[in-house]
Design a protein. Structure first.
Length: 181
């Protein structure tokens, strides 16, 4: 089950925000962003539909997190914080989108108070919901007293990234980090 839609732009706000970007056509199956991307753009969905998914891992199948359709926008706090992407945005219905780059989005937030307030609220809500629904998008396997594992766990927690930690000797850790032999 996908996350609820949350705050939405009205038609007039959607049109105003669209003036900060460029319209483009997207194809079925096209990825707008994928885990590991250093940044991504805000997308306003004119006629396209896009699924936000947590990709499959070695032990968990892919999971639908959110489905956006015409009149919706894609994005969460990563757009503003510069954190790396941990979910995939995949086009499920070809159509038109408006791509609003990071610089233009920041300008829109500064110049359009009502849009800025709505987007910041929506981005925060989405961050919280996405983190919960994404589950273990990042899995850290390492010893409790290991410096590397502690560093990774601290880093993930500080960035509010959805993650889990397992000791390599625990059953879940052993499934995720099989040892040779």
């Amino acid at each position: 089950m996908a996350a609820p839609r949350g705050p939405v732009l009205n038609d007039e706000q959607f049109r105003r925000l669209a003036t900060y970007g460029a319209e483009e056509h997207v194809e079925l199956g096209q990825d707008l962003y994928v885990p590991g991307d250093e940044s991504y753009d805000c997308f306003l969905l004119l006629t396209a539909a896009v699924d936000i998914v947590r990709d499959a891992t070695a032990v968990e199948p892919a999971r639908l997190i959110y489905r956006g359709g015409p009149g919706d926008f894609l994005g969460e706090l990563n757009l503003l914080t510069g954190q790396h992407v941990y979910l995939t945005a995949r086009v499920v219905t070809a159509g038109a989108v408006v791509r609003v780059g990071a610089t233009a989005l920041r300008r829109a937030l500064a110049e359009q108070d009502d849009i800025g307030d709505l987007l910041l609220t929506a981005f925060q809500e989405r961050r919280d919901v996405f983190r919960t629904m994404a589950g273990s998008a990042l899995v850290v396997v390492g010893r409790r007293d290991g410096a590397s594992a502690l560093h990774l766990r601290t880093y993930a927690a500080q960035l509010l990234l959805p993650h889990s930690w397992h000791d390599p000797d625990s059953p879940p850790g052993a499934r995720r980090w099989p040892r040779p032999g």
